[in-house]
Design a protein around this ligand. Structure first.
Ligand SMILES: [Zn+2]
Length: 330
């Protein structure tokens, strides 16, 4: 089957690999759409090529239920790809992402994938593939889980730092739920997109005075909540500086180190800080429900390419000239 390979130095190519052979707990899925996640860009840029790809957001049809009676050929599914053992206390609580034996799965930019039947999410009848891949993937899933962690209040003003796919998902979701959203990004293209998805204002990041501009837009106090979705250490500092006293900071932008002041930020401003990772299997139903009430996650999608033209998608992502990019195989 066709599968994307990261060839090193920002190049991808199609390689021919054997079709996946499911283990006893897995079903085989014919992938219809996979989505490019910002978390792939580090591997994409690295000099070392590697077999396969880190693609992990997809929807498709079950082609081999592999003895799992709850599935039939043709069932439409998405995936929660952080597969836990299913029996430890974390898994029992639905926190598969904390499982000590957790296995993330990748290789989703391919024709087929084998995935644990327990982690297949049923795409409802009538939901198109594009919406399906957004709610069964990181762009809405991470934004939704972050929202649950932080706790949204509809009258809040929230600054979203980093308007890549996850940040745009947060802009869309918080705007839809009634908050007043300020999109912060270096890319003019992405600031524009944030406005189209419901942001009230945008602020150019990286320029002198980002924090001042956020304060000015909020009557001097600062946003009630800052969401860090960029993975840039300067953005974390700006988020802690800008947020109002007693406000909240939510962080999903991956970064190993960043600085903040326990005295200045946590003690004297009494900030509440929340990290969030991926989403929970149990949150999928709630996202589907929001779609039925009018949330349109597919608005975050800006580009669709056949898998063979995936290079174009990664190049756009590297230039920050896109929202969500899909690779389509139907
Ligand atoms: Zn477990």
């Amino acid at each position: 089957m066709k599968s994307l390979r990261f060839a090193g130095y920002s190049k991808v190519e199609i390689e021919d690999v054997p079709e996946p052979r499911p283990t006893a707990d897995q079903v085989v899925i014919d992938i219809k759409v996979s989505a490019l996640c910002g978390s792939e860009m580090g591997v994409f840029r690295s000099p070392e090529g590697r077999h396969g790809n880190p693609g992990h957001e997809f929807v498709g049809e079950v082609v081999d239920p592999n003895g799992h009676p709850e599935f039939a050929v043709g069932d439409r599914v998405g995936a929660h790809v952080i597969v836990g053992c299913g029996t430890c206390p974390h898994c029992q609580e639905g926190n598969h992402v904390f499982c000590p034996n957790m296995l993330p799965s990748g290789y989703a930019h391919a024709e087929y994938i084998a995935l644990s039947a327990r982690h297949c999410l049923r795409v409802p009848d009538g939901m198109d593939w594009d919406t399906g891949v957004m709610v069964a993937g990181d762009a809405m899933g991470v934004a939704y889980h972050l929202t649950r962690r932080v706790g949204l209040q509809a009258h809040d003003t929230v600054a979203v730092f980093g308007c890549g796919p996850v940040g745009l998902g947060a802009v869309l979701l918080w705007s839809f739920l009634g908050a007043r959203v300020i999109g912060v990004d270096m890319s003019a293209y992405r600031r524009d997109l944030a406005l189209k998805l419901g942001a009230w204002r945008t602020v150019a990041a990286g320029k002198h005075g980002t924090v001042d501009r956020l304060r000015k837009l909020t009557g001097g106090a600062g946003p009630d909540t800052c969401l860090e979705c960029s993975g840039n250490p300067l953005a974390i500092e700006a988020a802690f500086d800008a947020v109002r006293k007693g406000g909240k900071v939510g962080i999903v932008g991956e970064q190993p180190l960043a600085s903040f002041s326990p005295s200045g930020h946590l003690i004297h401003k009494e900030l509440s800080v929340f990290g969030a990772w991926y989403f929970r299997l149990s949150e999928f139903a709630a996202m589907v429900e929001l779609c039925s009430r009018g949330l349109k996650p597919r608005r975050v999608i800006t580009h669709r390419f056949p898998l063979e033209e995936a290079q174009k998608g990664y190049d756009l992502m590297a230039r920050q000239e896109c929202g969500k990019v899909l690779f389509v195989q139907y």
